[in-house]
Design a protein around this ligand. Structure first.
Ligand SMILES: CC(C)(COP(=O)(O)OP(=O)(O)OC[C@H]1O[C@@H](n2cnc3c(N)ncnc32)[C@H](O)[C@@H]1OP(=O)(O)O)[C@@H](O)C(=O)NCCC(=O)NCCS
Length: 406
C-alpha cells in the first residue's frame, strides 16, 4: 500500500501505567488521569492545545465520572489547558470506547472537519462509588440497598447476563476449555514479564509516569503497570470461577484498574508540514456488533470486517492484538479466524498479544482500546515495520477493529 498525503497517521500515542485495585492511582479521578495523558500526547508531538481541532474522549463507568458530574471530555480538555473554544465529545461504547474515539477522530479528519484530532480513553474502576438510589425521595420502610456497578460488570438490571457467563459458555461451545484459558493467562503474564524485562514497556514509548504529590515528602511516581504477577498452571487451576461463569476466574480475567490512554492523529501531509515522523498509518477502522451472548466472538468478526474494508488478508498481518477481556476472547476469536484449523489456530495464537495482554497489564475499560493500538504500533516499530490488526469487544457484544501499518 503506497503512502498518500491524505493518509491518517498516528503521531503520538501514550498511556499512563495501569493500576491495581488497591493503588494510590485509585484516588485520582479518571478525568485527571485523562488530563495527564492529553498533555503528554500533545507535548510529545509539539502540538499546542489550541492547534487540536477536536478531542474525542471516552469513559465507560459513568458512576465514577458522575462523581465529577458529567461531560468528562469537556472537563479534561479545559483542565489540560485547552482554550474555551475547543470542541470535545464524551462517549461510552463500553470497552470499545477508545477505539470508537479514534474512529471518530479519523472520521472528522476525513470529513474535513478537523486537521488534528485527539482520541482519549480514561477510566478509574476502583474509584467507582456504590450507588444509593431512592435517597432523594426518601425510604419509608425497609433496608436501603447499595448498587455496585463494578460487581459482575454486567447488565443484570435490564435482564442481560454477566459478560463472564456469556464468555465462558461460548468458549466451551467452541471447544476452548478452562485449562486452555488458564494456559493463555499464564502466557499473558509470561509474555508481559519478558517484554517488561527487555525494556519494551517503558516510559518514553507507550508509558508516561503518573506523579502523585504528597503533603509531606517527595511526590510518588508510578512508572510501571501494577498488576502483572507471577503465576503457574497449578495456582491458576485452584481458582474458583467468578460471577457464575463456567470458566472465568480471577486468574484468567483482567484485574480491575485505573488508567488513561491518548492517541493524536492528523494527515500525513500535516505531519510532514510539522516535521513529525508518524508512528503508524491507520489503514482501516471499523465498528461492529452482534448478539450480546457472542461477546467472545466479536473480535473475530471485527477483524474480518476491517480486513475486508482494507482489502487485506489476515496472513498479511504481522501481529494481532485481541483484548483479553477474558482469556476466552483471544482464544475463541483466533479459533474462528483460523476456521477451526488447529495448525492455523496455533500460528495465529503465536502472533496475538505478543507482549502479553490485559490479564497481566490490567483493563481500565475505557482506556484499553487505545492501549492495544499503541502497544501494537510500538511493537511494529521495534520490528522495523509491518501490518497489525487490533480488536476489542465491548459490553453486549459490540466491537471495534483497527488496522495499522508501520
Ligand atoms: C475476577 C475479579 C472478580 C477478581 O477480583 P478480586 O477477587 O478482587 O481479585 P484478587 O486479585 O483479590 O484475586 C482473587 C484471588 O485470586 C488470586 N489470584 C488472582 N490472580 C491470580 C493468578 N494469576 N494466579 C494465582 N492466583 C491468582 C488472588 O491472589 C486472590 O487470592 P486470595 O483470595 O487468596 O487473596 C475481578 O478482577 C474482576 O471482576 N475482573 C474482571 C473485570 C472485568 O470484567 N473487566 C471487563 C471485561 S469485559
Amino acid at each position: 500500500m503506497s503512502q498518500n498525503d491524505n493518509d491518517i497517521v498516528i503521531v503520538s500515542a501514550v498511556r499512563t501505567p495501569f493500576s491495581k485495585f488497591d493503588s494510590l492511582m485509585a484516588d485520582i479521578p479518571s478525568i485527571d488521569l485523562g488530563v495527564m495523558a492529553i498533555k503528554e500526547a500533545i507535548s510529545r508531538a509539539g502540538v499546542k492545545p489550541e492547534e487540536v481541532d477536536e478531542v474525542n474522549y471516552g469513559s465507560c463507568i459513568p458512576a465514577e465520572t458522575a462523581l465529577e458530574t458529567d461531560i468528562p471530555g469537556r472537563q479534561a480538555t479545559l483542565l489540560a489547558g485547552f482554550p474555551a473554544e475547543s470542541i470535545s465529545l464524551s462517549l461510552d461504547r463500553a470497552c470499545c470506547t477508545s477505539l470508537t474515539t479514534l474512529r471518530l477522530s479519523i472520521r472528522a479528519i476525513r470529513a474535513g472537519e478537523a486537521d488534528i484530532s485527539l482520541s482519549v480513553g480514561s477510566e478509574n474502576m476502583p474509584r467507582t462509588p456504590h450507588l444509593a438510589p431512592g435517597l432523594r425521595t426518601g425510604k419509608r420502610l425497609g433496608p436501603i440497598q447499595l448498587i455496585d456497578n463494578l460487581f459482575e460488570l454486567g447488565y443484570g438490571a435490564k435482564g442481560f447476563r454477566p459478560v463472564a457467563v456469556d464468555a465462558g459458555e461460548v468458549a466451551l461451545e467452541h471447544g476452548v476449555t478452562r485449562e486452555m484459558q488458564d494456559a493463555w493467562a499464564l502466557g499473558s503474564q509470561e509474555k508481559y514479564a519478558k517484554a517488561f524485562a527487555s525494556g519494551k514497556i517503558r516510559v518514553g514509548e507507550e508509558l508516561m509516569p503518573v506523579v502523585i504529590p504528597r503533603k509531606k515528602g517527595d511526590p510518588i511516581t508510578i512508572d510501571k503497570d501494577e498488576s502483572p504477577r507471577k503465576t503457574s498452571m497449578e495456582a491458576l487451576a485452584k481458582l474458583k470461577p467468578v460471577y457464575g461463569s463456567p470458566t472465568v476466574t480471577a486468574g484468567n480475567a483482567p484485574p480491575i484498574s485505573a488508567g488513561a490512554s491518548a492517541i493524536l492523529v492528523m494527515t500525513r501531509k500535516k505531519a510532514k508540514e510539522r516535521g513529525l515522523t508518524p508512528l503508524a498509518t491507520v489503514i482501516a477502522a471499523i465498528a461492529s456488533a452482534t448478539a450480546p451472548r457472542e461477546i467472545a466472538v466479536i473480535p473475530a468478526y471485527s477483524i474480518r470486517k476491517a480486513l475486508a474494508k482494507a482489502g487485506l488478508k489476515l496472513d498479511q498481518m504481522d501481529i494481532i492484538e485481541i483484548n483479553e477481556a477474558f482469556a476466552a476472547m483471544p482464544l475463541v476469536s483466533t479459533k474462528i479466524l483460523a476456521d477451526n484449523d488447529e495448525k492455523k489456530w496455533k500460528e495465529l495464537q503465536a502472533k496475538t498479544n505478543v507482549n502479553g495482554g490485559a490479564i497481566a497489564i490490567g483493563h481500565p475499560v475505557g482506556a484499553s482500546a487505545g492501549r492495544i493500538t499503541m502497544t501494537m504500533a510500538y511493537e511494529l516499530r521495534r520490528r522495523g515495520g509491518g501490518y497489525g490488526v487490533a480488536s476489542i469487544c465491548g459490553g453486549l457484544a459490540q466491537g471495534e477493529a483497527v488496522i495499522i501499518k508501520v
